[in-house]
Design a protein around this ligand. Structure first.
Ligand SMILES: [Zn+2]
Ligand SMILES: [Zn+2]
Length: 255
C-alpha cells in the first residue's frame, strides 16, 4: 500500500476507534449514572435533547481527533517517522522512561489545555467556540468530547505533535490516551467516582476529578485545568471542589 492510502486508512480506522471508545466509555458511565444517581441522569428533566447534542458534537470531534492520530499511527508503522517505539526499552532510563514520558505528555497536554482554555473564556472566543461545551448544564457522561469543531481541532493535534518530539513507548502512549478518555468521561458525569478520602487527600489536591471540574461548569472563571490542579493553583484560579458531589453526600447536583 502506498503512503497516501496508508494515511487515509489510518485516519479512517482511528476515527472509528475513537468513536467506538467514546460510545463504550460514555455509554457505560451514563448507564451507571442512571443506576446510581438517577437525579444526575438524562431522565431527570429535559436532558434527552442535551444528550443528543452532546453525542452529535462528540461524534464530529471523534473524526477530528481520529484523523491526526491515525496519520501519526500510519506514519509510525509505514516509515517510523515518529518518536514512538515499542518492544524492550533500550534508551535512556530503561523501563523508568515509560512512566516519566507518560507524565511529560500529560503535563504538556494539561499546560496547553489550561492556557488555551483560559483564552477560550475571553468573551468573543467563548461566544463563538467554547459556548458549545458549556451549553451542557450540568454536563453528562456523553459530554466527554462535546466541543465546537475549532476547539476539538486545537486539542486534537497536541498528543500527535508531541509524539514526534518526545520519545514514548507505545504502552505509555496507550496509558496517556486512556487517562485522557477516563478524565473526559468521569469529570462530566455530575457525580464523583472517587471516595471522599481520595478527593480530600493527596489525590484530590493534585488531580482534577468531577467535583473539581463541576465548579468550572458552574462558575466558568475558575478550575480551568484538565488533569492536574497545578496551573490553577499557581495562577490563583483554583476554587477547590464541590463537596456536594462526593459519594456520601445525599444530593446530586442537577443545576
Ligand atoms: Zn467540561
Ligand atoms: Zn470552560
Amino acid at each position: 500500500m502506498d503512503l497516501a492510502r496508508s494515511l487515509a486508512a489510518g485516519a479512517a480506522l482511528m476515527t472509528l476507534i475513537v468513536a467506538v471508545r467514546y460510545f463504550a466509555m460514555s455509554g457505560v458511565f451514563a448507564a451507571l449514572t442512571l443506576r446510581r444517581h438517577p437525579k444526575a441522569g438524562p431522565a431527570a428533566d429535559k436532558r434527552p435533547a442535551q444528550v443528543r447534542r452532546e453525542i452529535l458534537y462528540s461524534l464530529l470531534a471523534a473524526a477530528i481527533y481520529g484523523v491526526p492520530a491515525g496519520i501519526v499511527g500510519a506514519l509510525w508503522q509505514a516509515r517510523g517517522w515518529t518518536a514512538i517505539y515499542d518492544g524492550a526499552p533500550h534508551g535512556f532510563g530503561g523501563w523508568l522512561a515509560l512512566p516519566v514520558s507518560a507524565f511529560v505528555f500529560l503535563f504538556a497536554h494539561d499546560t496547553y489545555f489550561y492556557w488555551s482554555h483560559r483564552w477560550m473564556h475571553r468573551p468573543a472566543v467563548f461566544a463563538r467556540v467554547h459556548a458549545v461545551h458549556h451549553a451542557s448544564r450540568p454536563p453528562t457522561a456523553w459530554a466527554a468530547m462535546s466541543f465546537h469543531w475549532t476547539e476539538a481541532a486545537s486539542g486534537a493535534v497536541v498528543i500527535p505533535l508531541l509524539a514526534f518530539v518526545i520519545p514514548i513507548h507505545l504502552a505509555a502512549l496507550m496509558v496517556v490516551l486512556t487517562v485522557m478518555t477516563w478524565n473526559g468521561v468521569t469529570n462530566h458525569m455530575g457525580w464523583e467516582i472517587y471516595p471522599r478520602s481520595w478527593v480530600a487527600g493527596w489525590w484530590g489536591r493534585v488531580m482534577i476529578t468531577a467535583s473539581h471540574h463541576h465548579l468550572h461548569h458552574r462558575h466558568y472563571r475558575c478550575n480551568y485545568g484538565l488533569y492536574f490542579r497545578f496551573w490553577d493553583q499557581v495562577c490563583g484560579t483554583d476554587k477547590g471542589w464541590a463537596s456536594e458531589l462526593l459519594p456520601d453526600h445525599a444530593a446530586v447536583l442537577t443545576h
